[in-house]
Design a protein around this ligand. Structure first.
Ligand code: NAD
Length: 259
């Protein structure tokens, strides 16, 4: 028991050292970072896919059944995200950016919680729930009540069908987003992977690219992921908010020792 505790303390110390020595620290976040904000992940126990049929998020199905899909999407995302607030994990990353330690966040999340926490350099790999996009003319609109009270919402320019501006199954990731994410992964010498299974392709390739370009890794998750074996990270087990709060204390302590 004592030795397990020592190992954990040692991992926090090593992770803090890695962050303090990093020249280009990048964070890669998945659904797990927002669980303590009350937003469930897709996979795993309590995940969305245990309750909801994922085909509502296939672009072909959505186009055929827009009203049905939109009712579910409104309930799952627009109604539940409204009350979600950034948790200590989002806030810790924003603090690291302000302190000029963290260069960017590549997030698979669509919930805008990183920006709400104060992070500015955020790449939203799968888009955002805050905007709507016309499937006909590609116009964008803020997802306001005006649209969400009239389902399915239609474009003000051409009356085409509007969809949330996050990536559905069967849709491509915008090229600019892919290129920006790859560029950040290539520059990273340390990458923090937080709350991601590593099962969603092609997002899952971002840490792999960082690995090929020589990055080291710190992973925070309640359980091992695909990355825990393949990228040899310093693994900090536990809920992201709790772990990052603890890690920030160790970082502050180590910085203090240097003064
Ligand atoms: P995932 O749903 O596949 O996996 C979630 C991961 O988080 C798992 O590895 C799980 O062990 C871990 N986890 C759960 N609770 C945690 C906690 N408290 N602290 C740390 N880790 C925790 O998530 P994914 O790999 O990110 O991929 C699913 C896709 O679904 C993503 O691309 C994302 O776009 C989307 N998604 C987004 C949100 C959101 O915006 N908040 C929510 C659900 C799904």
């Amino acid at each position: 028991m004592k030795s397990a505790l020592n190992d954990m303390n040692n991992s926090f110390f090593q992770a803090a050292q890695l962050i303090l020595q990093a020249k280009y620290l990048v964070a890669f976040t998945g659904a797990g970072i927002s669980v303590e904000s009350g937003i469930p992940p897709f996979r795993g126990p309590g995940g969305l896919w245990t309750k909801v049929d994922p085909r509502h998020f296939e672009i072909g199905y959505f186009e055929q059944n827009p009203e049905q899909s939109w009712r579910l999407i409104k309930q799952l995302f627009y109604e539940s995200f409204k009350n979600a607030r950034p948790n200590p994990a989002h806030l810790a990353l924003a603090t690291l950016e302000k302190g000029q330690r963290l260069k960017s966040i590549i997030t698979q999340n669509i919930d805008y919680l990183h920006q709400q926490a104060g992070s500015r350099q955020v790449i939203e790999y799968h888009g955002s729930y805050r905007y709507l996009r016309c499937l006909n003319c590609n116009s964008h609109f803020t997802a306001s009540e005006h649209f969400l009270n009239n389902l399915p919402p239609h474009c003000l320019e051409c009356a085409g069908l509007l969809k949330p501006d996050f990536v559905f199954f069967g849709e491509a990731i915008p090229e600019a987003v892919i290129n920006q994410s790859i560029a950040e992964a290539m520059k990273a010498d340390v990458m923090l992977i937080i709350g991601s299974t590593g099962e969603v392709f092609p997002a899952s390739q971002i840490p792999e690219i960082a690995y090929r370009y020589g990055s080291k890794f710190i992973e925070i998750n309640i359980e091992p992921s695909n990355y825990t074996q393949s990228l040899n990270p310093i693994f900090l087990k536990g809920p992201a908010g709790q772990v990052l709060q603890q890690l920030m204390k160790v970082i502050a302590n180590e910085e203090f020792k240097k003064v």
